[in-house]
Design a binder for this molecule. Structure first.
Ligand SMILES: [Zn+2]
Length: 485
């Protein structure tokens, strides 16, 4: 072999090796960030078409990082095959980068005829930004904060007017960019919690110390009055700075916030930072105190309801049921049924859900985890009581199990698409004793029914739907379609 040939051979071999490496790396190097890959690996393509129904939303299926147009389309398509909607976050602290990334995904979603989904949480923070002008004022004219929320800058509900343009601009910056790019906003949510006026914890005591609050609230000692004034302010902040800028530009957008939904005047759950304070009105149930809640939803301008159906640890100690699964099931079904019963038909319900026990018990010790089977039954009953889709919140450690549980129910439910899209819930009852739970969606002369038994029985259970009566047989782990006579 002469030298020239040898060099040529080496080059060719070298190239061949490089090509082989490249092929190898294509197979082994992860194409998607780990949190996205988990979603793809944990779910499988749907067996039943989901039609135009809302996708399943997962906390993990958010922010896949920088993608080119082709990759964005590939990812959006892969997730859509699984019924999962990809969400982009807007970050006012990183405007250009987060806008560029989210526009790329929105373009792909529009091209594929899918919903554009946005997390705008970052844009709503913060009204209470630590500026002393937002603090309460005591009788000596000194500013002070309400530290009962585990944050050191919760201040005066009447000092936030000058913060509105700041927050609204953070929302409008992104909204206008979508408008300019001729893209849509179809689903937009925020997780806006510990900020702005909140009447719970020790807020009323702080306001009573504040001379500005006393001037603005006539009967400040009356909790109902206090609640009404604060919730009105809180609703208006959300409407003026977030809901309206979105819906003025995108009238069909679904816009909402964590925990804001129509209800019967009571809230059956507490957020992680909330606690009961003596004197606040409540409805008692075993050891639970369900707080009186203001009807804020209509004043926010929101177009979808977002209840929170979580396994909050405190639920475990609220009830005495020997079957501990029924403690979780009972409370969570109360929350879901409350939203289902009071939300108008045209308002979709997108419910936050979570399975692993959240938080720890004040008494110490472990709360017995809600069983997987009964949690999935709960999800079915939610769908049959007006929930349109789920939004799974969970940390990365919990993602695999959490996604499996909710995706399985979501995927199986799509076979009943017509019922889910057009059916009407037949009841919102929640039994105060563990027994037989029945939920259903009526469509024409047929009812899609789920029956779950907390006491073992094979007896037929008769229920009334309008003028008709139907007998529902035990059917473990499956739905039944029953004709109305
Ligand atoms: Zn004040």
């Amino acid at each position: 072999m002469n030298t020239r040939k040898l060099v040529a051979a080496l080059i060719i071999t070298g190239l061949a090796v490089n090509i082989a490496d490249a092929d190898n790396s294509k197979e082994t190097a992860p194409k998607w960030p780990a949190h996205i890959q988990v979603v793809l690996d944990t779910t499988k393509p749907l067996d039943f078409d989901r039609g135009d129904r809302l996708p399943l939303y997962l906390w993990a299926a958010m922010n896949p990082g920088p993608l080119d147009d082709k990759s964005a389309e590939e990812l959006v398509r892969k997730l859509d095959q699984r019924g999962v909607g990809l969400i982009s976050s807007w970050d006012p602290r990183d405007r250009q980068e987060s806008l560029a990334r989210s526009l790329t995904i929105a373009k792909a979603q529009k091209k594929l005829g899918l919903r554009v989904n946005i997390n705008a949480t970052g844009c709503l923070y913060s009204f209470f930004n630590g500026d002393e002008r937002t603090a309460h004022i005591d009788d000596e004219g000194k500013p002070f904060w309400d530290d009962s929320f585990g944050k050191n800058n919760m201040g005066c509900p009447f000092a936030l007017d000058f913060r509105r343009p700041f927050v609204r601009e953070q929302v409008e910056f992104f909204v206008k960019a979508y408008k300019k790019a001729d893209l849509d906003i179809d689903f937009i949510f925020v997780d806006w919690e510990i900020d702005g006026p909140i009447e719970f914890n020790k807020a009323q005591a702080a306001s009573k110390r504040c001379r500005r609050c006393r001037q603005n609230i006539k009967n400040i000692d009356d909790f109902d009055e206090f609640q009404k004034v604060l919730r009105k302010l809180r609703s208006e902040l959300q409407r003026r700075t977030y809901a309206e800028p979105v819906t003025l530009n995108f009238p069909h957008a679904l816009v909402g916030n964590y925990g804001v939904y129509p209800h019967n005047g009571y809230r059956y759950w507490y957020d992680y930072f909330e606690y009961y304070v003596d004197g606040q009105p409540y409805q008692g149930d075993q050891h639970a105190k369900y707080r009186k809640w203001y009807h804020e939803f209509p004043e926010t301008g929101y177009t979808f309801a977002m209840p929170v159906v979580y396994t909050w640890c405190r639920i475990f100690d609220w009830y005495d049921y020997a079957d501990t699964d029924y403690r979780w099931f009972y409370n969570m079904l109360l929350v879901a049924s409350n939203a289902g019963e009071h939300t108008p038909d045209e308002i979709p319900i997108i419910s936050f859900v979570h399975w692993h026990t959240v938080g720890s018990r004040p008494s110490g010790g472990q709360a017995k985890q809600f069983s997987e089977g009964k949690y999935q039954e709960l999800l079915w009953h939610m769908l049959l009581r007006g929930t349109d889709t789920f939004f799974l919140w969970c940390g990365r450690q919990e993602a695999v199990k959490e996604i499996q549980l909710v995706h399985q129910v979501y995927a199986e439910a799509q076979q009943y698409g017509r019922f889910l899209s057009r059916g009407t819930p037949i009841n919102f009852n929640v039994g105060t004793q563990p027994g037989t739970v029945i939920s259903g969606l009526k469509l024409g002369k047929r009812v899609l029914v789920r029956r779950t038994d907390f006491k073992k029985t094979e007896d037929l259970v008769e229920i009334t739907i309008g003028d008709a009566k139907i007998k529902v047989a035990a059917a473990l782990g499956r739905c039944q379609i029953i004709s109305l006579q």
